[in-house]
Design a protein around this ligand. Sequence first.
Ligand SMILES: [Zn+2]
Length: 238
Amino acid sequence: MTEPLFRDDAYLRTCDATITQVNDRGGIVLDRTIFYATGGGQPGDSGHLELEDGSRVEIATTVYGDDRKEIVHVPAEGQTLPQAGAKVVVHLDWARRYRLMRVHTALHLLSVALPFPVTGGQIGEGGGRLDFDIPEATLDKEEIAAKVNEIAVGDHPVTTEWITDEELEANPGLVKTMSVKPPMGSGRVRLVRIGEDVDLQPCGGTHVSRTSEIGPLAVTKIEKKGRQNRRVRIRLED
Ligand SMILES: [Zn+2]
């Protein structure tokens, strides 16, 4: 079991940890980590592990182990692998992660500006997209961007709270994203709240702590994907 420190504090850039296992594919499992593991449309983190002798292991990406309890740090190719039991300092590629956090939080606001069921999504470093189930409609890029930017500059706090699986089942309206199942099964589900009531939905990703941190944003493209599906792409404008 890897303790996911990023879940309670997305702003941690380093932490101490111990290697609990190096698996047969060369993946490094730690007892605790600040690296987000790929999931919910958000890519896994990269960075490096610093060993006690000062040497480094570059981490290309991060994924969940088969049981989703362990977080596996995938080394870049051609490196000497450390041993289980070794103590390391985990260093996150913070510049990349912070952009992912800004894009991720912006997509929550996009789902507020366009209040339709979400059928998919993807988060990237400079931008991202959501797919919406929207009946025949004309969507205006400028109008949507203006709405998202207006909410963002409102500087709403982004907070998390937990509810039980049963409470979520009793409130199916909380689930906007039909393609990504909320992380249930552990008995409790993490909700991400923006402002008092700007947005509330289950989400396991990493977010900025205030919406003003997103910065200016553009809607770059709206594509028709099938009869009812519209793909809306956003980009950070700095
Ligand atoms: Zn989220």
